[in-house]
Design a protein around this ligand. Structure first.
Ligand SMILES: *Cc1c(COP(=O)(O)O)cnc(C)c1O
Length: 374
């Protein structure tokens, strides 16, 4: 009997439709140079996190193809069984070196990394302090851990300090969760200050570097540096870089690593080739932020802090309308709506890539100026 099941789904969808919050999958064929085809139309994408265009770099593709031919399409088992392939081992060593850490561990995705890391480090009787704009998977890992969760207002370190002063004494361990570059706002966390507070209260800090790796100056490093292979590195997978004992503990205790199949060798090889490019081509790595600043200057917005620039619209429906208008002019800029962002803060999230031409950036800025609701 599935009548009640379908009725439930239909009813829920009607609510989402009424609030302009329903989401749909749109087949999109991504190509080189930030191009994307949708519904027979060729668009310039400003919605991909492929900040250096490396997902289509011939060197990255060749590395993946070679690993694919040599090691096969899949990892065959968990990393702890037979899934720790040579490209994966090489990638972990390179990631650790890149982050200045002893060791690294690769997960199936960034989302899986955060589901595994936090519950392996803290639990009931412990305290988690998390920035309110933290990614969904940071919150999911925090909830799974069973620790007490305190959410602090975005980047408000006085509140973080006060929470630690009030609650740290009663907790065995404390863990701070934040992001280097916030995914939907493109701004930065005040990491030197956060790390100083963490030190004072013997709290551990995890920084989610999904949007920072390779495209902004790294700055202060946290004891726990996690991120993804799926954005600047143009591949798929997640990682944690940390000290040797922490990585060894997680290898035994992170459930989203132990009980899932290892990353396909080709994905690891692609990420490794991409990391090579990030490290050897600083001019390429500097380009997305420079383009983002060109865009914010042209629109009279505060200077971009990262390759991600939010254009705030407000109502979900208005954000959809604006996105549609841009699509008609040849630009793919997907609307971001609640619950990904807070109610009333629907936006276009513009992501810049080294693959964009200056003229494309200027054309988008002008199209936005002409299409914005006033
Ligand atoms: C994209 C993202 C993740 C998830 O990474 P995936 O590899 O895509 O699962 C985690 N944290 C932040 C901040 C992200 O933006």
């Amino acid at each position: 009997m599935s009548d009640s099941l379908d009725a439930f789904a239909t009813d829920k969808l009607a609510g989402l439709d009424a609030a302009a919050l329903r989401r749909r999958l749109v087949p999109t064929a991504r190509g080189p140079a930030a191009s994307a085809e949708r519904g027979g139309r060729s668009l310039v994408s400003f919605s991909c996190n492929d900040y250096l265009g490396l997902s289509h770099d011939p060197r990255v593709i060749a590395a993946a193809a070679e690993a694919l031919a040599r090691y096969g399409a899949g990892a065959g088992a968990s990393q702890l069984v037979t899934g720790h392939s040579p490209p994966l081992a090489a990638l972990e060593a390179r990631l650790a070196r890149h982050k200045g850490k002893d060791a690294a561990l690769v997960f199936g995705s960034g989302y899986l990394a955060n589901l595994g890391i936090t519950p392996a480090l803290v639990g009931p009787g412990d305290l988690i302090l998390i920035d309110e704009l933290g990614h969904s998977c940071l919150f999911a890992g925090a909830r799974m851990s069973g620790a007490q969760i305190r959410t602090f207002p975005h980047n408000r370190i006085e509140q973080l300090r006060a929470d630690l002063r009030d609650d740290r004494g009663a907790a065995r361990r404390a863990l701070i969760l934040t992001e280097r570059i916030f995914s939907m706002d493109g701004d930065r966390a005040p990491l030197p200050e956060i790390l100083e507070i963490a030190e004072a209260y013997d709290a551990w800090t995890l920084v989610d570097d999904a949007h920072g790796l390779g495209v902004v100056a790294p700055g202060a490093r946290a004891p726990l540096e996690m991120g993804t292979l799926s954005k600047t590195l143009g591949s798929y997978g997640g990682y944690l870089c940390a000290s040797r004992p922490v990585i060894d503990l997680l290898t035994s205790r992170a459930r989203s690593l132990v009980y899932t199949t290892g990353l396909p060798p080709a994905s690891a090889a692609a990420a490794l080739a991409a990391l090579d490019i990030v490290e050897t081509e600083p001019a390429l790595a500097a380009r997305p932020l420079a383009l983002a600043r060109r865009f914010t200057a042209r629109l009279g917005l505060p200077p971009a802090q990262s390759p991600v620039v939010p254009v705030l619209v407000g109502a979900a429906e208005a954000a959809l309308t604006l996105s549609k208008a841009l699509e008609e002019r040849g630009f793919l800029v997907v609307a971001i709506r609640p619950p990904t962002v807070a109610p009333g803060t629907a936006r276009l999230r513009v992501a810049f890539s080294a693959a964009h031409a200056e003229a494309q950036v200027d054309a988008l800025a002008d199209a936005l100026t002409e299409s914005m609701p006033r």
